[in-house]
Design a protein around this ligand. Structure first.
Ligand SMILES: Cc1ncc(C[n+]2csc(CCOP(=O)(O)OP(=O)(O)O)c2C)c(N)n1
Ligand SMILES: [Mg+2]
Length: 840
């Protein structure tokens, strides 16, 4: 046609609103006239919530508040049908970002949101502009905002539930619903998600596309919908439409009606949308512009007003038609379903169908008129539905129907402090990572909860050992047609690796939902994903989406950096360390040695286990002391470069396991301690480095020692934890107007003299002998990543610093070639140390 015209439910909130006890109702069948009354109130409240944000509050800063009345109106009917007729308590819903006011209006009418929130859309501490799991007060199931991601999330939540049911027993059935805008279908991640075999056959998924034929800027050109429908069908989805309203359907059945239908079906979006801005008297000429005579003849039998409302009668605003479409989808139990619901952007508002209406706001006069049409006054405008009316009673019954039984807290998964990896011979962190997972797969307390996933890089990121032991997940057992003596690829319902096609978007969306399984499926998991490190950036928006949503998981980016030398610039990551450091809710970790990785990975799993059990607090203390209190996800940046483990063993012998583990977890430890030489009077320098470059740094330290310079080496295992510790003390000082102290993690790892002009409280520079002068011991940082990532250390320590790293795109070569090209060879590090000393 016409062209392309062609949440959740909630645990009861703490504060009970003043609703009466639900009456005894013959509840199951909704009365459409009651639903129609409810949807008019939803339309009013959603519109007024945006209006209040813009007109009732003085922000004092002159910045437009905004909001989306037209995008909201478009989904009022579908969301009324869902929440007031279709959904059951276990169902989960993702709401199109710009329809958040509709969601809040509905939660308010259901009694799940206090009235005081209604005028707080987009205010600090108020209702978020787009649905947020972590910040909204009324039980958002899926955060949305970056279009495409929130829509795909329920698909991965359903895949997660399928996995959980297969491994831990079936839970009460949930349906996973996504409400998405038609222009969201332009986002590639949508098609990546539906094409992946990991999402095949998910019969509990229902997507509802709000086909209002408009995006932000324009009327979507031409007729797209047939292509979209074919793409869904080709991916194995059940596809249906809610297209023509009942009046249009009746018209089609009349003589001449077929021509009318054909005409509407062939009409481009632009032509169809232009009808909405017209007075009824002008609709006939525009509608019939270019039409066959039969259409004009059919229309001649209708009065102007009737014709205008007939040709814009769309099923997306027909409650009965939508409920019928949803019910039809429920019958398709072996595959996901999508309903293309034809709607009007701005439905029921004076801005309906206007191509410029995306951010349009009703005037105060228009709001006054809408209030009056809804039968409200300024005194009653925020009221809930009158409990004495059928609509009020129906809302109360739905509130009961949608109330979830809170899940019992899950027992804490006991993760050991160490997987007991034996690390005598030279090894890489990537290899150690694979071996640690194999060790953990032998630990009965942990193994059942581990689930790994990768976008077609499982074997090349060393997950093969884990996969050999635990198998690959498939809802049904699959025959293996070839036997590989090294890698068993046994697929069946007991498998604990979920393989994805090459889509880093899908990786992070799946990790996000696995990491929310404790909430959305009542089952804590320990999700671990792997990805080639440069392609973390390919999935970055989904990574951000998932951690913004509060998901906890572990991802290993490997191999990383120019150390992946022969692979060349397209595979060498440079800025990922900075991304890891800066991403909120993510702890970035880049160890160099296998045992450090063992402790750090177990610590991260402990923290994920604690958070996913709903405990939320710090990880339980292990023998070596508690892992830092974090409630987010973990990003390990690893390498395939095999390095000698002896230097770590030496530090272990010198510091002892308890102290060393504490420092490794805190973010840094002293790998080489040159303080004795410094105390004997040698000029002192500190070399701080992360990851694969440590061997060059150790050689440089030895060369410096030969030249009579005391060079300590600090292995920075987590620049993120160090930086956070530093920032915490600074912010604390800023907020309390006191002198900042140097955080313990920095104090413990860096030589006393390297804490020159930024002394800890009570430890002024002058107290440090051998500090080499008032500016303290200079620092060189070295990292196979952008030099910026560690460059702040100089400032934190208050000493001169020279930062070495990779600040241009990589290229093919040997490790030595690439390190030389980026000044990461030992000679350059020595020169950097001399330069740093000269800066004192
Ligand atoms: C990834 C991303 N890009 C751009 C935007 C800005 N944006 C918000 S809504 C929108 C248009 C959405 O159109 P549609 O999905 O059809 O929703 P409608 O408002 O028409 O219901 C755009 C481009 C965004 N939120 N996310
Ligand atoms: Mg749209």
């Amino acid at each position: 046609m016409v062209a392309d015209m062609s949440g959740g439910c909630h645990d009861r909130p703490a504060s009970e609103p003043d609703l009466p006890a639900p009456p005894d109702l013959p509840a199951s069948e909704p009365d459409l006239s009651v639903l129609a009354e409810i949807q008019q109130r939803v339309l009013w409240l959603a519109t007024r919530i945006v209006d209040a944000a813009n007109h009732d509050r003085d922000t004092g800063d002159g910045v437009k508040v905004g909001g989306h009345q037209a995008s909201s109106a478009s989904l009022v009917t579908a969301m009324t049908a869902l929440y007031f007729a279709y959904l059951d308590a276990p169902d989960r819903v993702s709401v199109k970002p710009h329809a958040s006011p509709v969601f809040h209006a509905i939660q308010y009418l259901l009694g799940n949101l206090d009235r005081g929130y209604l005028p707080t859309l987009r205010a600090f501490g108020g209702l978020q502009s787009y649905p947020s799991r972590t910040k909204d007060p009324d039980g958002v199931d899926f955060s949305t905002g970056s279009v495409g991601l929130g829509a795909a999330a329920p698909l991965f939540a359903a895949a997660t539930r399928r996995y959980v049911d297969a491994h831990f027993g079936a839970r009460p059935r949930s349906r996973y619903v996504a409400l998405l805008g038609d222009a969201e279908l332009d986002e590639g991640n949508i098609w990546e998600a539906i094409a992946d075999p990991a999402t095949d056959g998910l019969g509990d998924v229902l997507w509802i596309v709000d086909v209002n034929r408009q995006s932000l800027d324009r009327v979507v050109p031409g007729v797209r919908i047939a292509q979209w429908e074919q793409q869904f069908a080709a991916a194995g989805w059940h596809v249906t439409e809610a297209k023509y309203g009942r009046r249009l359907q009746a018209a089609f059945a009349q003589p001449g009606g077929a021509a009318l239908r054909d005409w509407i079906d062939a009409m481009p979006n632009e032509h169809y949308q232009s009808l909405f801005g017209l007075q009824p008297a002008d609709v006939r000429a525009r509608f019939c512009d270019g039409a066959p005579a039969a259409v004009a003849a059919f229309c001649a039998g209708l009065a102007d007003d009737d014709l205008a409302s007939l040709v814009t009668d769309l099923a997306g605003h027909d409650l009965g038609a939508l409920l019928a479409a949803f019910a039809e989808c429920d019958q398709a139990k072996d595959r996901p379903s999508v309903v293309f619901a034809y709607t009007i952007k701005g439905w029921g508002l004076p801005i309906a169908g206007n191509p410029r209406n995306h951010s349009a706001l009703l005037s105060t006069t228009q709001i006054d008129r809408l209030r009056e049409q809804t039968g409200l006054t300024p005194g009653t405008e925020w009221d809930r539905l009158d409990p004495m009316t059928s609509a009020g009673q129906w809302a109360a019954a739905r509130r009961e129907h949608l109330t979830r039984v809170p899940a019992a807290p899950a027992p804490l998964v006991a993760v050991p402090d160490s997987a007991g990896l034996r690390a005598g011979r030279p090894t890489s962190t990537q290899e150690a990572f694979g071996r640690i997972l194999v060790e953990l797969s032998r630990a009965q307390s942990v193994a059942p909860y581990l689930v790994t996933t990768a976008p077609d890089v499982a074997t090349s990121t060393n997950l093969a050992g884990f996969i050999n032991r635990m198998g690959v997940f498939s809802p049904a057992a699959r025959r293996a047609w070839s036997q590989d003596p090294v890698l068993k690829w046994a697929e069946g319902p007991a498998g604990q690796h979920i393989e994805l096609g090459i889509s880093e978007m899908n990786l992070f969306l799946l990790l996000g939902q696995l990491g929310l399984a404790w909430d959305l499926s009542g089952q804590p998991l320990l999700p671990v994903g792997t990805v080639y490190d440069p392609f973390v950036l390919r999935g970055l928006d989904a990574f951000i989406y998932s951690v913004y949503s509060g998901a906890r998981f572990i991802v290993a980016g490997t191999p990383s950096g120019v150390t992946l030398a022969p692979e060349g610039g397209a595979h060498q990551s440079t800025i990922t360390a900075s991304v890891g450091l800066e991403l909120p809710n993510v702890t970035f970790i880049e160890p160099a040695y296998a045992t450090a990785l063992d402790w750090l990975l177990c610590g991260a799993l402990q923290s994920v286990a604690a958070a996913n059990a709903g405990a939320g607090g710090p990880a339980p203390a292990g023998a070596g002391g508690p892992a830092p209190a974090e409630a987010g996800s973990y990003y390990f940046r690893l390498t395939t470069r095999s390095i000698d483990q002896q230097p770590f063993q030496a530090a272990r012998d010198r510091l002892g396991d308890a102290m060393l583990r504490r420092q490794v977890l805190a973010g840094a430890y002293r790998l080489v301690d040159a303080s004795a030489a410094a105390q004997a009077g040698a000029p002192e320098v500190c070399l701080a480095a992360s990851g694969a470059v440590l061997p060059e740094v150790l050689v440089a330290a030895a060369e410096l020692a030969d030249e009579g310079i005391a060079a300590s080496v600090v292995d920075v295992t987590s620049a993120d934890r160090l930086y956070r510790a530093w920032q915490r003390t600074l912010r604390q000082a800023v907020r309390t107007a006191t002198t900042p102290s140097l955080p313990g993690a920095l104090r413990g790892a860096f030589p006393a003299g390297a804490r020159g002009v930024a002394p800890g409280a009570g430890s002024p520079a002058a107290q440090h002998p051998g500090s080499g002068g008032s500016a303290g011991v200079p620092v060189v940082t070295a990292h196979d990543a952008a030099s910026h990532t560690l460059s702040w250390l100089g400032s934190a320590l208050g000493v001169p610093a020279v930062s070495l790293g990779v600040d241009s795109f990589g290229q093919s070569g040997s490790v030595a070639d690439l390190y030389r090209a980026n000044d990461l060879d030992s000679g350059s590090i020595v020169n950097a140390a001399l330069a740093a000393l000269s800066l004192r």
